[in-house]
Design a protein around this ligand. Structure first.
Ligand code: ADP
Ligand code: MG
Length: 730
């Protein structure tokens, strides 16, 4: 309230004051309105405020105004009872109640009203609040009802419809674009169904003036992109006057939202490049050259060469590299990582490589040790299962510089791990590695080490721009030569015998087989049982001693897991039954068949990842998706997509369309959920425009200090729930 007073006095003697003070006061006034606690809205007491806070995270006027509608309905039109069908998301009817009766008792108690128009009757049903409703409803009175028809016992009824008297006022007051809001069961019992929320938001919107909501985009942006003003956009999104205004409002708000995300990311990138110095690797020395010229077992692909060049340019530039390397499974990212690490070594720095699991860390150790064998480069492994003695030795050799390359899991970035001179960090298969973790790595070296994040999970462009918008990106879009495309087919559970026959054939040919089962936290127990059951059945089909089968899952102790993996790697077992622990990175070229059980339970990107475990050797590889007979539409699309293409980027785009951005990856979810109106699955074009605009502004005015861009700076200084929480993108 104090700020409010200040605003008044300031305005009161405007003539004698610097215009800038006025501006500050003005902003304060605007934010006073938006930051008003929700309990101060008329009709909201503490109790109702609490439920809004709990259910919708609405704490202030701002939060409520940003509870945008998710669609609109035309309330000027009425339907007839006889036309009701299942396809209709809602109907609006006009008619009389024939009867109103309460049926059932206690838990099953419900109020049933027979509603009649000229064409027929339909039942309206209330479960919650039925007593209260019973008192309000009268027969022989004309009503307008609005709700979603559902089929029950082959008859349509409308549960919990909105209902109001068909008075001239009510009939006239209908909008062709009435907003519909998301609500929750709890909210509905407190009168905040979509309609309740609509009334509340309408009341708030009617208080909005140009003064209470300040424009937060620059005049230039508004003109260039022909955007509605902020206050107008908010009005039109909630209470549209026409279809075109509603669309303009939506466009403006989406643009704004995406623009500020991009501005923030690009500014971060700019600050990084400008201010964060990195180690300078200015020479390509003996280690790199010797390896490259003498021991590299194959020619690099064009894409690998290009990426190595991109990295070399970065690490020689004097600023810290933050680069994302995307490349499908098997595209040869490890080699790029290795060459980059050798550059670090040549410039007297150490390097480390972090993998998401112990299995993978082990595998990297094996691969790199093999590559580096002739070079006399000390490589060590640090994971959760390293012994105390090993840790001590590693700690010493890290600090005195004996160890040149350290491989490990998350244990690597713990605070007590100290390097003599860490210059380069590779993070494999972890798109979870967010801004916060990267920041932590900065303190690891004397200068913040260069960071290369590698991922085989192709990310749709829109997501990459948002999640890695502050990173430079490289893409390996070319497979090493000689790879045969994996053949993928889809079989029903009922065709299992054929699959068993196929496995037998392949084993005779000397191949090894993966069989992967889903393992999901929520159903972990049953999933493990299924895995065990599958294994037991398999042993019947493939009896010992002729056949040997490994079984690996996350619940096994690390040592046993490793033992089983090793048996498979050494070809002592022909079949590996596993959960998704083998998902990422494991490289066993002789394993050429991937069978995925209950494939419908996996997401597309996971299926693609799993398939990437095969197709690494010279032999023709196969992927078999086993599913139940009955599949939903989405599952069918997933299977068809997998059978149709091996292209990870294409698959990721389908995935994004199917699931929507909120679900693409559990770990990404939190970040994306902060988008209130833009949708990364469908708003790619707006995103691209917004990013380009943000980039152009920063190129011209990196500090945003010019008069015209000053307004944009407010975004970075105003607290509030509207800010995406970057710490959550982890
Ligand atoms: P990913 O990108 O999935 O991490 P890897 O780095 O594990 O892929 O490489 C997959 C396989 O391809 C490895 O066996 C690796 O040795 C091999 N490979 C990498 N680059 C080439 C190349 N240029 N030519 C031939 N084989 C290569
Ligand atoms: Mg890899």
């Amino acid at each position: 309230m104090q700020t409010h007073k200040l605003a008044q006095t300031t305005i009161g003697c405007l003539s004698c004051l610097d215009i800038r003070i006025f501006r500050t006061a003005f902003i304060n006034m605007a934010s006073v309105f938006l930051d008003t606690p929700i309990e101060y809205l008329k009709g909201i007491g503490t109790q109702r405020a609490d439920i809004l806070k709990k259910e919708l995270f609405v704490f202030t006027f701002r939060d409520l105004i940003m509870h945008y509608p998710f669609r609109y309905v035309d309330r000027t039109k009425f339907q007839m009872v006889k036309d009701i069908n299942e396809e209709m998301p809602y109907v609006q009817l006009r008619g009389m109640l024939e009867s109103v009766v309460t049926l059932g008792e206690k838990r099953t108690a419900r109020l049933v009203a027979k509603f009649k128009d000229n064409s027929g009757t339909v039942e309206l049903v209330w479960f919650q609040g039925h007593r209260w409703m019973a008192d309000k409803l009268n027969t022989n009175t004309e009503y307008i009802i609005f709700g979603r028809p559902t089929l029950f016992n082959r008859k349509y009824n409308i549960p919990h419809p909105e209902i109001e008297l068909a008075t001239p006022d009510n009939l006239k007051g209908k909008s062709a674009f009435q907003a519909v809001y998301h609500s929750t069961e709890k909210l509905k019992t407190k009168g905040f169904d979509s309609e309740g929320l609509r009334k509340l938001i309408k009341q708030l919107i009617l208080q909005v003036t140009e003064k209470s909501i300040e424009e937060n985009l620059s005049a230039e942006l508004i003109t260039d992109f022909k955007l509605l003003g902020k206050a107008e956009a908010l009005k039109q999104i909630h209470l549209p006057e026409s279809n075109s205004l509603m669309q303009k409002a939506e466009y403006r708000l989406k643009f704004e939202e995406l623009f500020f995300v991009q501005l923030k990311l690009l500014r971060l990138h700019h600050i990084n490049v400008k201010t964060v110095r990195g180690p300078v690797f200015n020479k390509v020395g003996n280690i790199f050259n010797e390896f490259y010229n003498k021991y590299l077992p194959f020619e690099l692909t064009g894409a690998q060469k290009r990426v190595v060049k991109e990295i070399r340019a970065d690490v020689g530039s004097g600023h810290q590299m933050n680069r994302l390397l995307q490349g499908d499974v098997g595209s040869g990212k490890t080699l790029v990582a290795l060459l980059s690490m050798l550059l670090a070594l040549d410039n007297n720095y150490q390097a480390c490589l972090m993998a998401p699991t112990e299995i993978l860390a082990n595998q990297h150790l094996v691969t790199l040790t093999k590559f580096l064998d002739p070079l006399n480069v000390k490589v060590a492994l640090l994971t959760g299962s390293s012994t105390k003695k090993e840790r001590k030795e590693i700690a010493e050799q890290l600090e005195n510089g004996t160890i040149k390359i350290l491989i490990g899991t998350h244990a690597l970035i713990e605070d007590h791990v100290k390097f003599l001179n860490l210059g380069f960090v590779v993070i494999d298969e972890q798109h979870r590695f967010g801004v916060a973790q990267r920041a932590k790595l900065r303190d690891k070296g004397k200068e913040p080490p260069h960071i290369l994040i590698m991922t085989a999970t192709p990310i749709p462009r829109t997501l990459a721009m948002t999640f890695y918008g502050d990173l430079d990106t490289s893409i390996i879009d070319e497979m090493p030569p000689g790879r045969k495309a994996i053949k993928t087919s889809h079989y029903m559970e009922t065709q299992r015998l054929r699959v068993i026959g196929f496995i037998r054939e392949q084993i005779v040919l000397g191949r090894q087989i993966y069989i992967v089962y889903p393992l999901i936290k929520e159903s972990e127990k049953i999933d493990l049982q299924n895995l065990q059951q599958g294994y037991d059945n398999l042993v019947l089909d493939f009896p010992q001693p002729k056949y040997q089968i490994s079984i690996v899952h996350g619940k096994l102790p690390a040592a046993q897991k490793d033992f089983e993996m090793q048996r498979f790697i050494k070809k002592e077992t022909q079949i590996m039954v596993a959960t998704t622990v083998i998902e990422v990175g494991v490289d066993i070229p002789n394993a050429s068949v991937m069978i995925i059980e209950s494939a419908e339970r996996f997401g597309l990107s996971q299926l693609h990842q799993l398939r990437g475990r095969v197709g690494r050797g010279a032999e023709q590889s196969y992927c078999i998706l086993l599913t139940s007979y009955k599949l939903g539409a989405d599952s069918k699309t997933r299977m068809e997509t997998m059978v149709r293409t091996n292209d990870g980027f294409e698959i990721s785009e389908v995935d994004l369309k199917l699931r929507g951005p909120g679900d693409i990856d559990g770990t990404m979810q939190s970040g994306i959920m902060d988008l209130k109106i833009a949708n990364l699955a469908t708003d790619g074009q707006i995103l691209q425009l917004a990013r380009t605009a943000a980039q152009a502004i920063l190129n011209e005015d990196p500090e945003l200090i010019s008069e015209k861009n000053k307004v944009l700076l407010n975004y970075f200084s105003t607290p509030g729930k509207t800010r995406p929480s970057w710490s959550k993108i982890a």
